[in-house]
Design a protein around this ligand. Structure first.
Ligand code: ADP
Length: 420
């Protein structure tokens, strides 16, 4: 739609000329010779630009402009004035007219002034639209911001609640842990006291049983059932004594009281001695169930009694669980890393892979070996002793294909801090 222009002047020739010029520029032009006509037209429609003489009969052109601007704030006002009222033109500008033109107006000046006025109106409109856009964006941002603040506040509250829960859980855990530690200490103390208390009467019992056994041998050699009964008592007492010693060891190690008396030791010699001792006790008399392989002496700095305990435990397990089949022991020396290497190999039922780690934990036994008596402490004690010498123990086994226990000990002796 072309811009709407209203020309108000009481000289008809002026309105006609100006209207003709502006229509040629493509505007839609209305004219009024009188103020009341102008006001009626303004009332009826919105004009983009009003060009008015300042002095209309007895009416002030500024009132026409004011009416136009009341109708639409965007309407641009231009006043026409003669030299004599230049002052009032300046006043009109102060009161909000956009521009003024002196009469008689020059054609080019008229076209340029009207074009400028309309351009300003367009810019003003654009500016207002931008401002409106910005205000809308601002409102959206404010709403988002409020939403965000709300969410942040909710999340913060949730987080604080969680932190409180965690704090409570941590306090509970801490107190449970302290209780557990206390119980653990009590357990070790109990184990230690109980085993000590049991050791003395049991030693007396063992001694009496040995004396009784010798007496029965001497005085009633033909009474085989009595001999067998005494032997059963004796072996039960020996088992009980082994058990009590194992419990004492565990209690001692747990309380950090395992002192190692380390010295240079020929471990091949210890292995052979323990093996032949076991052959005598458990063997069938041939003395060839346990084969010891060693190229020559292998020395290491170890506690002799504790090392003997390692070998005894591993070998008696091999005898116990080895299904009566031959047992092999290999002793070797790994020159490059200066490690003494011990392997105890049996051809028994082997150990389920899921249990291979567990058997080194206290009181762990494999169900398949349940009928064979044991407490599940031997390998645990062995592991603790090996580790307190700075060594390592592992098992390699496949169900149905025997078991191979491997012990590596540093030859130079490197006591490590005890596991707690
Ligand atoms: P214990 O022999 O007193 O039960 P250990 O700690 O010496 O305790 O052994 C733990 C478990 O490991 C045993 O109960 C047994 O099930 C299994 N085990 C140990 N050595 C062997 C082996 N050579 N062959 C098969 N199973 C074994």
């Amino acid at each position: 739609m072309p811009p709407r222009v209203l020309i108000v002047d009481d000289e008809e020739s002026v309105t006609i000329t100006m209207a003709a010029i502006l229509e040629m520029d493509g505007y839609s032009v209305a004219t009024a010779l009188r103020a009341d006509d102008a006001l009626a037209q303004i009332e009826a429609e919105e004009f983009d630009l009003v060009l008015t003489d300042l002095r209309l009969d007895d009416f002030d052109g500024m009132d026409v402009l004011a009416a136009a601007r009341r109708k639409s704030r965007e309407t641009v006002g231009i006043v026409l004035t003669g030299y004599a009222s230049l002052e009032s033109a300046v006043k009109a500008l102060r009161e909000g007219a956009y521009d003024y033109m002196l009469k008689p107006a020059d054609v080019e000046e008229l076209r340029a002034t009207v074009a400028r006025g309309l351009e300003r109106r367009k810019l003003g409109e654009q500016l207002r639209a931008r401002v409106a856009d910005l205000e809308a964006a601002n409102r959206t941002i404010n709403e988002l911001n409020e939403g965000l603040q709300d969410r942040v506040a909710r999340a913060t509250a949730e987080l604080q609640a969680r932190v409180r829960d965690l704090d409570e859980a941590r306090t509970e855990l801490q107190s449970s842990y302290e209780k557990l530690q206390e119980l653990d200490k009590l357990k070790s103390q109990f184990l230690s006291i109980a085993s000590h208390e049991l050791k003395t009467p049991l030693t007396a019992l063992l001694l009496s049983l040995q004396l009784l056994s010798r007496r029965v041998e001497r005085e009633a050699p033909q009474n085989s059932s009595l001999r067998a009964q005494v032997l059963r008592c004796e072996s039960a007492a020996v088992r009980m004594s082994d058990l009590i010693h194992a419990l004492l060891d565990v209690a001692q190690i747990h309380r950090g009281r395992l002192t190692l008396n380390v010295r240079e030791l020929d471990i091949v010699e210890t292995v052979r001695r323990v093996a032949s001792g076991l052959e005598v006790t458990h063997g069938d008399g041939d003395g060839d169930r346990i084969a010891v392989h060693a190229a020559g002496p292998v020395t290491a700095r170890l506690d002799p009694l504790r090392f003997e305990q390692i070998v005894t435990n591993l070998l008696s397990n091999a005898v116990k669980y080895g299904a009566g089949k031959p047992i092999e022991v290999r002793v070797d020396r790994d020159r490059s890393s200066d490690v003494a290497h011990l392997e105890v190999i049996d051809a028994g039922p082997g150990i389920d892979p899921t249990m291979q780690e567990k058997i080194f934990e206290p009181f762990q036994r494999v169900t398949s070996t349940e009928p064979i008596p044991g407490l599940g402490l031997g390998l645990y004690v062995v592991k603790l002793i090996v580790e307190s010498h700075g060594g390592r123990i592992a098992v390699d086994s496949e169900l149905g294909h025997g078991a191979r226990f491997v012990v590596d000990l540093p030859r130079a002796g490197m006591p490590q801090p005890l596991p707690q």
